[in-house]
Design a protein around this ligand. Structure first.
Ligand code: NAP
Ligand code: ZN
Ligand code: ZN
Length: 355
């Protein structure tokens, strides 16, 4: 098989710092887009995976699924991209199914046949490596159907986090009808949380941020929060009872859900998007029954809705608040993310890897 070398940063086990790794990318096939990676966001899922906080990490592991780059070559059947175009890739690079109801509905992440090929740590059906290698790398080759268009007017580094943090919060906001007249809560002001706030605000909803970090209150207001509640303050939480239609919970660590379900109005939904290593304590059933409230979950977003979100962000000028880092600062970024000290997404500038 013809391949081309790429430079990357990889985790080699669950405890050591990430370090340089040389890998092979497949030569572009007829439907493939080859591109240089310019920027890649750092998602907490990268950390969970690199450190085996979730089961199934195959090492070496090259994380990264908030990717913006520039096309270098395209296969003969590619119609939507040409060399020189800007391109964006998120959490999925393919589906081996494309025929089930979910794939046909443009919700490939819920493929009924488990066909979703994630950007990293999924079996690589092309065989360039044992598993797919993500965006912490110099260049990539991705099926055109999983490549997205990103408007030139958006800053490419600040737009990179839209590809996971953006779509993962956009999808539940849209599905549960966030908009004018709706009261939306967001839990946790990290990468996902700050995008949830910006997007809910841009959609016209009234927004409340729940945070453990009192020092983030002023930023939250600037990012679109109408109200800020310190979630460690039991009295303040109790005062929110029955006030919200929807809560998007982005917390990356195990936490009590009861003060949140209690903040829902009748028929409200608490939507979990955070995937903590150790799960959350079982919620009180009475909070659900008295109020017909629900707890739900939501996984990233489909390709179609990702493009809709990118177009909405271009129209409204919505991007992430970012701190740019070099590839050799990834571990420092992980350490700060674990201390909730991220304002509000680290984005790796890949120039040093491209040479
Ligand atoms: P992040 O930037 O680290 O933000 C997480 C935030 O959660 C922190 O900034 C902090 O906000 C809050 N938090 C942390 N520990 C907490 C605790 N013990 N109790 C209460 N709040 C706490 O992480 P992220 O990249 O946004 O990702 C968040 C989670 O979503 C991760 O578990 C990630 O794997 C998951 N995720 C899921 C999907 C999906 O498809 N469902 C997609 C992407 C990511 P405050 O300082 O404001 O309290
Ligand atoms: Zn992510
Ligand atoms: Zn499918």
């Amino acid at each position: 098989m013809k391949t081309t070398p790429a430079r990357a940063y990889a985790a080699f086990d669950k405890t050591s710092p990430l370090r340089p790794f040389d890998l092979q990318r497949r030569a572009p096939g007829a439907r493939d887009v080859a591109f240089d990676v310019h920027f890649c966001g750092v998602c907490h899922s990268d950390l969970h995976t690199a450190r085996s906080e979730w089961p199934g990490t195959v090492y070496p592991c090259v994380p990264g699924h908030e990717i913006v780059g520039q096309v270098t070559a395209v296969g003969s059947a590619v119609t939507r991209f040409k060399a020189g175009d800007r391109v964006a890739v998120g959490c999925m690079v393919d589906s081996s199914c494309r025929t089930c109801a979910s794939c046909k509905d443009g919700l490939e992440q819920y493929c009924d046949n488990h066909g979703t090929v994630y950007t990293y740590n999924s079996v690589d059906k092309h065989g360039a490596g044992p598993v797919t290698y993500g965006g912490y790398s110099s260049h990539m080759v991705v099926d055109e159907d999983f490549c997205l268009r990103l408007a030139e007017k958006l800053d490419p580094a600040a737009a990179a986090p839209l590809l996971c943090a953006g779509i993962t919060t956009w999808s539940p906001l849209k599905h549960w009808g966030a908009g004018p007249g709706k009261r939306v809560g967001v839990v946790g002001l990290g990468g996902l949380g700050h995008m949830a706030l910006k997007l809910a605000h841009a959609l016209g909803a009234h927004t409340t941020l729940f945070t453990t970090s009192a020092g983030k209150a002023a930023d939250a207001k600037r990012l679109g929060a109408d109200e800020v509640v310190i979630s460690k303050d039991a009295d303040a939480m109790a005062k929110c009872a029955r006030s919200l239609d929807l809560i998007v919970d982005t917390v990356s660590a195990s936490h009590d859900l009861d003060p949140l379900t209690n903040a829902l109005r009748r028929d409200g939904a608490l939507v979990l998007v955070g995937v903590p290593e150790h799960g959350n304590p079982a919620p009180a059933v009475v909070n659900l029954i008295f109020g017909r409230r629900s707890i739900a979950g939501s996984l990233i977003g489909g390709i179609r809705e990702t493009q809709e979100m990118l177009d909405f962000c271009a129209e409204k000028g919505v991007v992430a608040d970012i701190e740019r880092i070099r590839p050799d600062q990834i571990d420092e970024a992980y350490a700060r993310m674990l201390k909730s000290d991220v304002r509000y997404r680290f984005v790796i500038d890949m120039a040093p890897l491209r040479g």
